[in-house]
Design a protein around this ligand. Sequence first.
Ligand code: ADP
Length: 190
Amino acid sequence: MKYFILFGPPGAGKGTQATSMVEKYNLRHISTGALLRKEIAAGSELGLKAKALIDAGSLVPDEIVEGMIESEFMTATDVAGFLLDGFPRNTAQAEDLDAILAKSGNEVTAVVSLMIPDETIRERIRHRAAIEGREDDASEETISNRIATYHGKTEPLINYYKKSGKYNEIDGLGTIEEVHDKIRELMDRF
Ligand code: ADP
């Protein structure tokens, strides 16, 4: 099994690129953000708890997203691997992911990192707010908090994965097709 991590700040284009990546490489797409939004839409207890944190631009507790990840791993069949989108988002999650995979003799295959500057993050999220109507995209304050959360908690993962030689960075600026081609060139190596 291959385990790819699609990494990058909010608005980098992870969701957009994930769709074509999973098709081309027969991967199961696991977006923790999408799974959490599903719980919110269903009105579950977990969803209620997550909503307040998401709307504040904070992270939801590690055990919640890790539980989701493990159950996705267990229920997927007939795939060549997984594409993790939005997970891990802090060092504890990355360490726990390594431990979860090690139990079955697996490891992270590669990190595909889409990089864009903070100003582009804001522009793209504003644009997405108009199209998708996500509540966490609607307020400038939430967007600022998500950018701060990214720099404070998620960005340190770049070094974490550089140390293990798994980190690969792609310029996330450019058209969807241009970024797609660069990702494909990279993924073809694994
Ligand atoms: P974006 O597209 O902005 O990167 P996501 O759809 O991946 O956002 O996630 C939306 C929100 O869900 C995050 O801001 C965060 O509150 C929560 N979330 C998603 N994944 C995780 C995770 N791995 N750990 C903690 N919180 C998460």
